[in-house]
Design a protein around this ligand. Structure first.
Ligand SMILES: Cc1ncc(COP(=O)(O)O)c(C=O)c1O
Length: 494
């Protein structure tokens, strides 16, 4: 009898002795982390490796693990996105926490679905969610939150709960009745709010026409007087104001909306108050910024991303709820094949969101928070916030840069402006700079539009970044601008 015919042989034949390959895989990960700061932040993928990455044939027969690990070493690890490097300042992408990396393989080895049931994955998720609430000063009723793929999904969950609660209060059930024929439910976000809010509004069938984009003040914070006017206009027109979504750390400038004032408007009109703290909620741990966050604890839902400032390896988002009732009402569906007669009163986590099979995100988050502790997390947040202020001061002191926004959290928004009295070509130049800087390989930042002009923004999330790295960043921008000047044709007026 061959091993194919012998069912008892199947397990051992498939797994073999994983020890040597497992240790080699762990070495690959730890060697990569140890050397990440020595290489370029980012490099283009040469044609041969690009061809290999996108164009491989499906293997007919399986390949040995050591050959696969060799491919990872030579073809995958050399081409990172860049976010592990101390001079990566793009978007809101952090370096992975070492503890999170180390437990990624054990989590996969256990491979539970964290939909529900009684096992370590589900139980640990309850602790992680409670810890995240404690870190951000948010109330935590039992069952008041769950981990998600990221803040985009957290926002969908939050707005779905808001929609269901508003419908119930209005005497109907959105799950049963749908939205057809109902008065529009309006959602309010600031002009600096994240695009995931728009996506959630569209996905939930509320329609972009029901989204009100409230202007911001000079500090890029929601203009609360304008919010009040927009709500009043909508009530007058017969709409049902559903939700106001404020930001605790916008992606462009890191601004924190006046959360207490927004909470007041929400309370006056019975609206759901959502806070997008995907990037910035942990900024509340920085003593200088903490008072800005007053009112965050009044939110009906708070989205925050452990895979951002905390550095939990992707993916790990989170949504916290003041009252889990409307969330369960919006999602719970327990067919006979999923019933669990042993479940406690909170039921399954899958009853609080759209995902059924749910990954074991909690182990990466738990290990990260355990390793840093509250003090380590506060230190990380303080360090990154100081870097943003230091870069702002360097920009202010330099004759060839201009700052575009105040620093509240750990984002510095600015632009290159070599001749202070001239604006021509500035937008074209600043639009080109992030790509040029990135290709030089010594720093990585991304661009955006702020206050109607092309802007550069640097977001700090990495404990390993130093003030020397900031000087390198500014010099790299200058060098890239020099390259642009040498290669670009004459620019039209900016
Ligand atoms: C302020 C803010 N909100 C929401 C999101 C969306 O989060 P995710 O990419 O985890 O879905 C981001 C992502 O950068 C963000 O910065």
């Amino acid at each position: 009898m061959t091993s194919h015919d012998d069912p008892s042989a199947a397990g051992t034949a498939a797994q073999g002795d994983l020890g040597p390959a497992g240790r080699a895989a762990a070495d690959l990960a730890t060697d990569h982390l140890a050397g990440v700061g020595d290489g370029p932040v980012w490099r283009p993928v040469p044609d041969a490796d690009r061809e290999w990455l996108v164009g491989q044939e499906l293997p007919a027969a399986g390949r040995p693990l050591d050959a696969i690990l060799d491919d990872v070493r030579t073809r995958v690890l050399p081409y990172p996105m860049g976010n592990g490097h101390p001079r990566f300042f793009g978007w809101v992408n952090s370096a992975p926490s070492p503890a999170g990396v180390l437990v990624a393989a054990p989590a996969a080895a256990l491979n539970p679905s964290c939909a529900g049931g009684e096992h370590a994955g589900v139980l640990l998720e309850r602790t992680v969610v409670r810890w995240l609430a404690a870190l951000t000063g948010y109330p935590h009723p039992p069952g008041g939150g769950l981990l998600t793929s990221g803040a985009s999904m957290a926002t969908v969950v939050a707005l779905a709960a808001a929609r269901q609660r508003a419908a119930r209060l209005d005497g109907w059930d959105v799950r049963e009745d749908g939205l057809y024929g109902r008065r529009p439910m309006t959602v309010y976000m600031s002009a600096e709010g994240h695009g995931c809010l728009r996506k959630a509004v569209e996905l939930l069938g509320l329609g972009r026409r029901s989204l009100r984009v409230v202007p911001v003040d000079a500090g890029f914070r929601m203009d609360v007087a304008a919010l009040r006017e927009a709500v009043a206009r909508d009530i007058q027109a017969g709409a049902l104001p559903l939700c106001v979504a404020a930001s605790a750390g916008t992606v462009n400038t890191g601004a924190v909306d006046p959360l207490g004032d927004v909470a007041d408007v929400a309370a006056e009109h019975g609206m759901w108050f959502h806070v997008d703290g995907a990037y910035g909620a942990l900024g509340v741990l920085a003593p200088r910024a903490a008072s800005r966050y007053a009112g965050m604890e009044r939110a009906d839902s708070l989205a925050l991303d452990p895979h951002k400032w905390l550095g939990v390896p992707v993916d790990c988002g989170c949504v916290l709820f003041r009252d889990p009732g409307p969330v369960r009402d919006a999602f719970s569906l327990v067919p006979a094949y999923l019933r669990d007669d042993d479940a406690d009163g909170l039921g399954w986590l899958a009853e609080y969101g759209p995902e059924q099979t749910r990954p074991f995100r909690a182990l990466r988050a738990w290990a990260t928070i355990s390793h840093l502790g509250r003090e380590g997390i506060a230190d990380l947040v303080g360090h990154c916030s100081r870097l943003a202020r230091t870069l702002a001061a360097m920009v202010d002191a330099a004759g060839d840069f201009e700052r575009l926004a105040p620093v509240t959290t750990s984002v510095t928004a600015f632009r290159y402006r070599p001749a202070p009295d001239r604006d021509d070509g500035l937008d074209v130049l600043n639009r080109a700079l992030p790509g040029l800087v990135r290709r030089r390989g010594r720093a990585f930042l991304t661009g955006t539009r702020i206050g109607g002009v092309e802007a550069l923004r640097a977001c700090f999330l990495n404990r390993e970044t130093t003030t020397d790295d900031l000087a390198v960043l500014l010099d790299e921008i200058r060098a890239a601008a020099g390259e642009a000047g040498r290669t670009a044709p004459a620019e039209p007026n900016g």
